[in-house]
Design a binder for this molecule. Structure first.
Ligand code: SME
Length: 160
């Protein structure tokens, strides 16, 4: 399967629909979680404008552990309740941060990051990890991003 930026129309909701279809096609016949998360991070990283980190942390033995991603090397382990990722895990919901400098306990992996969105990934009703996306722009992520990234995470949940 060949993915090209030209496939995208520039209309945000329509393009997210296409990305979510592409995700399904990429992962539905593949049971390997590492391969699927690697392709999922690559797909989002090339689709989203103005992002500097896209990737996953998996919940293992009470903490989040770095999983496939695109971007600069990042902190490997995040404790439950720490940072934006650990907060999304604890609160069991998407956390959208307009300005990471104002988020108490934000863990800075790339000094360029200014805004961030973290959404949980579930399996059988339990959170198994999070999808984390950073942007060098303030307030990069809106309601439309949130809805569609939650749909992206749901597709992952159904196929991992
Ligand atoms: N900023 C995150 C840490 C992970 S990096 O952004 C890749 C946090 O506060 O949890």
């Amino acid at each position: 399967m060949l993915f090209q930026a030209e496939d995208y129309s520039g209309q945000k909701e329509k393009d997210y629909e296409l990305v979510n279809k592409q995700l399904k096609a990429l992962i539905e016949d593949e049971p390997d979680i590492t391969a699927n998360l690697a392709n999922a991070s690559a797909l989002l990283y090339q689709f989203l404008d103005d992002v500097n980190w896209v990737g996953f942390y998996l919940y293992k033995n009470g903490e989040l552990v770095l999983a496939p991603f695109q971007g600069l090397p990042a902190c490997v382990r995040i404790k439950y309740g720490n940072g934006v990722c650990g907060t999304a895990l604890k609160e069991k919901q998407t956390i959208r941060v307009e300005n990471v400098n104002e988020f108490p306990g934000h863990i800075a992996c790339d000094a360029a990051s200014q805004s961030e969105i973290v959404t949980p990934i579930y399996q059988d009703g339990q959170i198994i990890g999070v999808l984390d996306i950073d942007s060098p722009n303030l307030s990069r992520f809106d309601e439309i991003d949130q809805e569609n990234l939650e749909a992206f995470a749901k597709i992952l949940s159904e196929h991992l």
